[in-house]
Design a protein around this ligand. Structure first.
Ligand SMILES: CC(C)(COP(=O)(O)OP(=O)(O)OC[C@H]1O[C@@H](n2cnc3c(N)ncnc32)[C@H](O)[C@@H]1OP(=O)(O)O)[C@@H](O)C(=O)NCCC(=O)NCCS
Length: 154
């Protein structure tokens, strides 16, 4: 299977909506909002094969550029394509992109962090594998669970 990783653009709204409807829930309005947030509100990379989205990763800077901090806002691989290295490649792609982003402004990427539901065992295995460390638990931070904060320092 040929996979391509690239920035998500306005041309990708329809394929992201399709992925949301098939993978997350059958709700057009929320699918449209999801796709538009990914493209216009944040920075998002997608992994595509033919016209199917296999996975997405969304990030944004936090604080001033001199802080060198980004947050992973959301990420996911479609269930049928999990355990095939899709998210590993997506994380590496945004690490490289964020390094260039800060470097252009004369700064450095120092930290990537994210919040995860405490009960997400697969997420735990994945983030450990990618070199993140669990630094803190935050009670009742997320609507359905406590949160765990994961950090990777550069
Ligand atoms: C977590 C998630 C993003 C991983 O995506 P993925 O594309 O399947 O991950 P990769 O194939 O790149 O996995 C890289 C490594 O992570 C670890 N890993 C990932 N999924 C795993 C699993 N189900 N069981 C054990 N280890 C796992 C392994 O070390 C794996 O390397 P290996 O396959 O060579 O052993 C995916 O399971 C997912 O989308 N889950 C639902 C959404 C979610 O939890 N998002 C994160 C919310 S914060």
């Amino acid at each position: 299977m040929d996979k391509v990783i690239r920035n998500a653009t306005e041309k990708d709204v329809d394929i992201i909506v399709k992925m949301y409807l098939e993978e997350v829930e059958n709700n057009q309005q929320r699918a449209q909002k999801f796709a538009k947030d990914l493209i216009y509100r944040y920075k998002t990379n997608i992994c595509v094969s033919e016209k199917n989205v296999l996975g997405t990763i969304t990030w944004d800077t936090r604080g001033g550029l001199d802080d060198g901090i980004i947050e992973l806002v959301a990420l996911g691989t479609r269930s049928e394509f999990q355990r095939q290295g899709v998210m590993r490649e997506l994380v590496l792609s945004i690490e490289n992109e964020a390094k260039k982003y800060f470097s252009k402004a004369g700064h450095k990427l120092r930290v990537i962090y994210l919040f995860m539901e405490k009960s997400n065992n697969t997420g735990e295995l994945f983030y450990s594998h990618m070199g993140f460390s669990k630094v803190s638990e935050i009670p009742a931070f997320l609507p359905k669970d406590d949160a765990v904060m994961w950090i990777k320092y550069f």
